[in-house]
Every structure is written in C-alpha cells, then in structure tokens.
Design a protein. Structure first.
Lengths: 420, 181, 159
C-alpha cells in the first residue's frame, strides 16, 4: 500500500493575490514568454458545481492565472421579494441556496420575527432545529456525492444519494414536497407535525451513522483520494478570516467559529454537540470537517427527537398568524384578522436587522429593512458561496488543473447562493 | 466596548439588540481601520446597499375606500400605519462586521450617500470586500473609489442601469391566460 | 412498393434506436439539476432508459434537459450549447422556470426557455419530482416512436 506523501505545512504570510484579491494574475515573466494557454471553464461544465465560469491561464498543467465570472444564475431574488407581501416572500429564499434550502427560509423568517419581536413556541423552535440539521446532512451528502464524483470516486455519488433519498422522504412527510418545503412561517411552523414523522426520523437516526462509516470506508484510506486532497488548496487561518470565509472552510483552517456555538439561535445552546476544527487548511481537512459535522448533526437530531416539546406549533399573535379555521365560524375578530392577513398581509414594524445562521456552507445572513408596511423594503442575503468563491484565487495559487477541480469541490459553492 | 473613538462617527443607534454606527463617508477607511485594529472587528460579513427613493411615499393607509395609499385591486400595497422617519440621503451602505473572538460582537457600520457620490473602498482593510463592493456597484450603482476592479459582477457586462434601484422596473412579462384573446 | 415498405420499417427502427439511448447533456442550472441528478441515482434509475451517460460535450449529446432558471446572462451560452448539438436533438424544459419563467417574473429571468430554443416537452413542477421527469422522458420517447419530428422542425421559438 502506497503511503501518502507528507503534507506541506500551511504557509506563513499571505497568499491573497494583489492588487485584486480575487483574481490570480499571471506573473510578469510568464506573461511575456508566450507559453500561457487561456482556457475557459465555461458556465456549462460538469465539474463546476453549477454555472460558474472560470477563465484560467495555464502554464502546462499549472494554474498561473484565474478569474471567476459569476452571474449566470442571477435571478433577481432580492427585487422579486420586494414586490411580494412578507408571507409570500418566504417562498423565494428556499431557492437561493437550493441544496440547503431550509436555512435560507430560516434566516429570513428569523429576521422577520426579530423585527416583529414575536415569541416562537418551543415546539416550533426544536422542530426547526431538527429540520435544519437534517438539511445540513442533506447538503453534505450532495457535496460528498458530487465532489467525490469529480475526483473520480464515482460510486460515492450513488451511495450518498441513497441516504439523501431517505432525508427527502422525511421532508416530504413533513412539508409535502421533497425540496423547498416552505414549512417555516413567521411565528413558527406552517402546520402541525404529522404523526409518524418521529418514528421515521428515529429510524433514519439509527442507520445514518453506519452510512457515514460506509462513506469513510470507501474514500478515507484510498491512496488516490489522500494524494488528491492532502496538501491541496491551502488556506491559512489569517487569509481565511481576511477573505470572510465561514463554515467548514474556516473551521478546516483552524478557526474555531460556528455561529451555532458562538451566537446560539433556535435551541442550539440546549443541545450537546462538538464543533470539528482541523488546522491543515487543505481539501482533506474540509472533507473531514464535513464528515464530522454529519455525525454531529445526527446527534443533534437524536437529542431533538427525544426532547421535542409539545404545545402549539405557531405563535398565538393573531395580527401575524392566521387563526385556526374552527374559530372563523364563531369569532368576528378572528374573521377580521384572517381577512386582513390574507388580503393585506401582516405589517412588520419599521427597522433594519441582520440575522446570521450557520448554514451548511457557512454564515448565511439576511439583512432586512422594513418601512412598517406589508412588504419588505429591502432584503439582502449574505451568501456564503459568494464569499467562498472569492477565496478561489488564493487557494489555487500553486496548483495543477486537476487540483483546481478538487479545490472548487471543497469550497462547496452553490451558484444559486452565489448569484441570487 | 466603546465606539466613541471612531473617526468620523456621526451617531450610534441601538435597535433590536443591534448597534449601528453612522459614519461620515469621507472618513470611512479610517473608521474601518480603527474598527479592525483597535476594536478587533476583523471579519466583514456583508455589505448591503439600500435605496430609499420613495421612502414613506406610500402615505398612511387611509380608511377603506379612500384614495390615499391603498389600491383595493392590488393586495399588500396598502399604505403604512405611521409615516417612517425620513432618511438623510438616498442610499445607505451597511457594512456588517463581526469581531471573531471568544466573546464575539457584531456591529453595523453605515454610511449614507447620494446618487453619484463616490464612496472609498475598504478592500485594503478587508480583502473580502472586493466582490461585495462590485455587487453594490452593479446592482445599486454606488460608485466605489479606489476599488482595483470595479466591473459588473452579476449582470451582463454591457447591461445598462442598476436593477435594484427603486426606479428600475421589475421587468418581466405580463401574465397571459389561456383562452383570452 | 417494396421501397415504401422498406423505408417505413427503417424509420421505425431508427426511432426505436434513438429512444433507447438518448444521451442527455450535463446542463444542470439550479434546483431542478439536483432532482435531475437524483433521477440518475439508484431509486429512480435513469439507466434503465439507457440515459445515465450524461455527456459533458454537447456534440455527443442528443437531449438537452434545461433544468433550472435561465437568466439573461446564461441565454447566450445556452443557445451556443444547443447549436453545437448535432441533429436530431430534443429539448426538455424541466421545471416551471425553464418552461415559463416560474415564480421569477423579472428583469433578468427568461420567461421560458422556449424563447430561445425549440422545446419538445415541458415538465411542470418546482422542482418536478424525479418521477415527473421520467414521465416527461417517457412522453418524449413516445413522441419519437410515433414519428413526430423534433421540435426544431415543427415550430420556431416563442416570440
């Protein structure tokens, strides 16, 4: 069995290119030598995780220049959300980061609730946390399947998506549809949790750790995987912070930062979980962080299942939340509230807030400005993939073309999230 | 944590558990350096530009049936319950900062600019601002000075106009229904 | 007489061969791409249709499954990919966004990919379930077997 070469240690100083931090420019001596081949990794490419265009300058196999062109999926979410009432606008964010969809809904709904200063019942909080952790596992499975596929471990794709189907079955049980469930509402959940969900979820929690063991068994000691991921795409701690990285990329560079632990939201301060941190700053460490995070997510889901509180699933504030249907037959106030919420939409007080959650990709933030009316004035999403792509130029300095593919995979960008 | 010593500070606002520091745009880079070096805000999360054209213009929602601020045929367009505070300028640019340490802290650094008023770039302070500022320029038309590569990022390179501005139409097509002629 | 009988049988044979190995191009754009990927996986198994070989190069592909929202910036690359495909070629507009712009009726989203390419089958859904995509593929196969020519021969792009 071949032994993986010794990993190059993380670099000192900074490798952020200058003057433009996000563009790797061809060094002068090579520019004049006429040996540079400029290749376009166009928007339609099987390995660029969506529609990303990279203009890469190659000296043989070595990447000496790189600049990324994005915007091929800019759908105008933020402007579309300004046209809809707050209720309807919740449907949009799920499609931004379409692999970890519930985080986008969660962050928008948390921002609305922060402005409304509404009290969310504990059952809704714990259920939101459970669903978000399921979504984190879902996102990491999609990442592992596709990243391994690009590096040549093609069978991982089928293994990972097998478990992903089980998660989507759970989402379908709860929200009626596999993806983009739109199950979060301002004030809680859209509907009561269906019976049978907890048993299905418990079955999933039983089998998931064994599945993660399976995945690690396939790649973790494979010499090809180790050689292709260790020492590749180095990003030092200071560079990672300077480039605004968050999530697994930051934690693989040695920074112990997780919004769930540092600024807890939902019920994360009441469950027990580890934050995996590695200090190698390379593709292998990012892989290890995500694998460990999957295991920790299973633990969180297990704890949430055991400790799920009973009670209402949505807040009682009738100015924001629809009253239960039975009341409409007897109570005039309920009828009026229902009418006003459905036609006019609930009003969110004037102000601006910024809420951040730890999505599967990193810090997902939502900046909401309200003018006191029934529609948003400005919604801005802080997309972790947008920022992760800024680090591409730093990570690929000194690497080969094949390594570039591995690095892009490890940054785990979703172009919907990047372009919004 | 005291924010009083920040160069160019105009006002400190506290709302919803968040602190907003209003700063003079001309001294933005000094304020940024002070925040990063003296106060430890080494992480720039986000740069959000907002256009306040038409702020409060909907008027207060009139009684059902009155003309001001309510279009019965378009739900969710009703006016406001009270007029919001007037804004000093047309655009606000908010820098969401985070002090990444054991007792983390977040703060919003906010500047107000008018149309065509240039804003200095903070790329030299936080390199991650590169693409965020390009997005602010592309979608909102905020002119950033000193940016090494101020080009459009999300829209086509030859796009005209700045889509997220309030005077830019939403676009799209009118919805047609089958069976209508 | 013998010639007429021979031609009909040949066409049917060719149509049958086309449906049995219609290779798609890797044109995943957004959320629908994730559901398209799960069509390839073991539960929904696109391989039983002979279609699991997604070609990276459009010159080797027969079918373009436009999965996801097409925006203005992407319209030109999409048309280029479509033009590079060799005839006969088919297009499935997967999802609401590719069929008609979906929930995004704004300055940047193309209101339906049939504005730039001729579409054979529209598959509704946001995103469509893998079974829905399979239904769309099966209907396309039925169209081909019935002898209906690909869309670019019958209709032009929408206005």
């Amino acid at each position: 069995m071949a032994i993986a070469p010794e990993r190059p240690r993380i670099y000192g100083g900074t490798r952020i290119p200058a003057p433009i931090p996000t563009v790797l420019q061809v060094p002068r001596h090579l520019r004049d030598s006429d040996d540079i081949l400029t290749v376009n990794f166009g928007p339609n490419h099987p390995s660029t995780h969506g529609v990303l265009r990279l203009a890469v300058d190659l000296d043989g196999e070595r990447v000496v220049g790189l600049h990324a062109v994005i915007g091929y999926l800019h759908t105008g979410f933020e402007k579309s959300m300004e046209q809809k009432s707050w209720w309807k606008a919740i449907t949009y964010p799920a499609r931004i980061d379409y692999v970890s969809f519930q985080y986008n809904e969660l962050v928008f709904v948390l921002a609305i609730e922060k402005l409304l200063e509404i009290e969310v019942p504990p059952r809704a909080t714990w259920m939101r946390m459970l669903l978000c952790e399921l979504n984190r596992i879902h996102s990491h499975l999609v990442w592992l399947g596709t990243a391994a596929l690009e590096l040549g471990a093609i069978s991982m794709f089928w293994y990972c998506f097998r478990e992903r189907e089980r998660i989507l079955d759970l989402f379908e049980l709860v929200g009626g549809t596999r993806m983009h469930t739109r199950y979060f509402q301002a004030g809680g959940l859209a509907e009561e949790i269906p019976p049978g969900f907890f048993d299905e979820c418990a079955t999933f929690v039983e089998l998931m750790p064994k599945a993660i063991d399976d995945y690690e068994g396939v790649v973790d000691r494979s010499p090809i995987w180790l050689e292709r991921t260790q020492g590749v795409g180095l990003l030092s701690r200071d560079d990672a912070i300077a480039l605004g990285q968050s999530g697994p990329v930051l934690r693989a560079s040695g920074v112990q930062w997780d919004v769930r632990r540092a600024e807890p939201y939902l019920a994360y301060d009441r469950v027990d979980f580890r934050i995996p941190v590695y200090s190698g700053g390379d593709v292998y460490d990012r892989y290890r962080v995500r694998m460990d995070e999957m295991r920790e997510s299973v633990r969180i889901i297990d704890q949430a299942l055991r400790r799920m509180p009973g009670g209402p699933w949505i807040a009682g504030d009738r100015k924001v939340v629809l009253p239960p249907r039975e009341e409409l037959h007897t109570s005039m106030e309920s009828l009026i509230h229902h009418f006003k919420i459905v036609t006019e939409g609930y009003r969110v007080p004037e102000g601006e807030v910024y809420v951040a959650v730890e999505s599967a990709r990193g810090e997902m933030g939502c900046y909401v400005v309200s003018d006191g009316g029934p529609r948003a004035w400005r919604v801005k999403f802080r997309a972790p993939s947008f920022v992760a792509l800024e680090a591409t130029a730093t990570c690929v300095s000194n690497s080969l073309v094949a390594d570039m593919i591995a690095i892009l995979g490890s940054l785990d960008t979703v172009m919907g999230d990047c372009d919004r | 944590m005291t924010f009083k010593g920040i160069p160019g500070l105009v006002e400190i606002k506290e709302a919803y558990g968040e602190t907003t520091l209003l700063v003079d745009p001309a001294r933005l880079v000094e304020a940024a350096l002070h925040l990063r070096d003296e106060l430890g805000f080494n992480f720039l999360s986000d740069i959000a530009a907002t256009d306040y054209l038409g702020w409060g213009g909907k008027g207060v929602s009139g009684y059902m049936g009155t003309a001001t601020g309510r279009d019965l045929n378009r739900p969710s367009t009703s006016g406001l319950q009270k007029l919001p505070d007037l804004k000093p300028r047309r655009f606000s640019v908010s820098y969401h900062l985070l002090a990444l340490r054991d007792d983390p802290e977040r703060v919003r650094l906010q500047v107000w600019v008018d149309e065509d008023e240039p804003l200095p770039s903070v790329v030299s302070v936080w390199p991650t601002a590169d693409w965020h500022e390009r997005e602010a320029y592309d979608l909102m038309g905020i002119r950033i000075e000193g940016h090494p590569n101020l080009t459009r990022i999300l829209m086509d390179d030859d796009w005209e106009g700045h889509p997220l501005r309030k005077d830019y139409p939403i676009g799209g097509e009118p919805v047609r229904f089958s069976g209508e002629e | 007489m013998e010639q007429a009988v021979g031609l009909t049988t040949l066409e049917k044979a060719v149509a049958w061969a086309q449906t049995k190995s219609m290779w798609p191009d890797t044109f995943g754009l957004a959320c629908c791409a994730i559901e398209m990927m799960s069509t390839v996986t073991a539960r929904y198994d696109l391989a039983r249709f002979g279609m699991e070989a997604f070609r990276a190069s459009p010159r080797q592909a027969d079918l373009l499954i436009v999965s996801g929202r097409v925006v203005h910036k992407m319209a030109a690359p999409l048309r280029q990919i479509y033009d590079q495909m060799l005839e006969p070629k088919w297009v499935i507009a997967m999802g609401a966004c590719a069929s008609s712009g979906g929930m995004f009726n704004n300055y940047t989203t193309l209101q339906g990919v049939d504005k730039i390419v001729a579409v054979d089958v529209h598959v509704p859904g946001c995103p469509p379930r893998p079974e829905a995509l399979l239904e769309g593929i099966v209907r396309l196969h039925e169209k081909v077997l019935a002898g209906i020519p690909p869309a670019y021969e019958i209709r032009d792009v929408a206005s």
